[in-house]
Design a binder for this molecule. Structure first.
Ligand SMILES: C[S@@+](CC[C@H](N)C(=O)[O-])C[C@H]1O[C@@H](n2cnc3c(N)ncnc32)[C@H](O)[C@@H]1O
Length: 305
């Protein structure tokens, strides 16, 4: 009989200092903890989200537990993380809970306010939200106006831009939120009925409003090129993305196309697959065609070399 072995996402624990190798320049993990986090898949399901009516408003969040899994591997305590598509602030909260500093950029005023409120409630003074367009991430004026000098220790004097130890983010998955599958039970319809957001915003700069697929990949790739300028030498960037199926039936390999595009600037180091094991299955193609229930995302790992 096949036995399913589940990897339990670990709660943030302070590693035993004595067991952390003195040569470990990447993180604060012991050898045993390090090895566990190199498995190419992990289960992190809906029970792992911080939930309240406020965060539920956002239509596409990832769990704070997922953030913890990665920032504990790719940074040490006290280091700085950037999320250019901060949404409800999951990256910032995960960083605060593990003693990291973070900056999130978010286009929507509503979601930026939501993140700020969450940070205030948690007393997370080491984490900040900038309300604006991530395509301005390498514009010194954007940082100057947004942070009022609060991060002066992070600024590089050469180009007046901050340097981050790690970037962790999840961008819009093309304009998929705009394309309701229309089924009676679709998540889109259920959310609309409950008065929750079904797309991010109507803003022109919102990447979730670009309908042309190639144009979307190029616009997003351009933002990641700019983010890469802010990543320190040998720093890692983790991008959570998914292949998507359009309602007409075709699957667009978004995660793979994005990997190819980002690889023009950063070195692709592999992926970890985030499995959602408790998500409800939809009966999309039954009983005539195969339609996958996409319950996994790719956590794509890149490094600046
Ligand atoms: C997939 S969501 C991020 C969710 C986030 N990881 C969380 O768990 O809450 C993508 C976010 O990117 C934002 N966004 C879209 N275009 C943007 C842009 N040009 N600059 C900054 N944020 C943008 C959207 O408003 C949305 O909140």
């Amino acid at each position: 009989m096949a036995v399913e072995i589940r990897q339990r996402p670990t709660r943030s624990r302070r590693p035993q200092a004595s067991k952390v190798a003195s040569r470990n320049s990447l993180n604060d993990l012991t050898g045993k903890q390090w090895i566990k986090r190199t498995k190419s898949w992990l289960i992190c399901d809906s029970r792992r989200y911080h939930r309240n009516r406020n965060t539920e408003l956002h239509p596409a969040r990832y769990p704070e537990e997922l953030v913890i899994e990665f920032v504990e591997f790719f940074t040490k305590r006290g280091q700085w993380v950037l999320d250019p598509f901060a949404g409800s602030g999951a990256t910032l909260i995960g960083c605060h809970e593990t003693g990291r500093h973070a900056v999130g950029i978010e286009l929507s005023d509503r979601y930026a306010d939501m993140s700020r409120q969450r940070l205030t409630e948690q007393g997370a003074s080491g984490c900040h939200v900038l309300n604006g367009d991530a395509s301005r991430v390498d514009d010194p004026a954007f940082w100057e106006a947004g942070l009022n000098g609060t991060m002066s220790d992070l600024m590089c004097s050469e180009d007046s831009l901050p340097r981050f130890d790690c970037i962790m983010t999840s961008p819009p998955y093309w304009d998929m939120l705009r394309r309701s599958r229309g089924g009676v039970q679709s998540t889109h319809k259920q959310r609309a009925k409950q008065g929750l957001d079904t797309h991010y915003s109507d803003h022109d700069a919102d990447l979730g409003n670009i309908c042309d697929y190639e144009e979307f990949i190029e616009a997003l790739g351009g933002i990641f090129d700019r983010c890469a300028r802010l990543l320190r030498h040998r720093g890692y960037m983790i991008v959570v993305a998914q292949n998507v199926r359009v309602p007409e039936g075709e699957v667009r390999p978004l995660a793979w196309d994005l990997t190819r595009r980002i690889s023009q600037t950063l070195s692709f180091q592999g992926e970890r697959i985030w499995c959602q094991d408790s998500k409800k299955l939809g009966i999309w193609g039954y009983p005539t065609v195969f339609v996958p229930n996409y319950h996994h995302h790719y956590c794509l790992i890149f490094q600046r070399k």
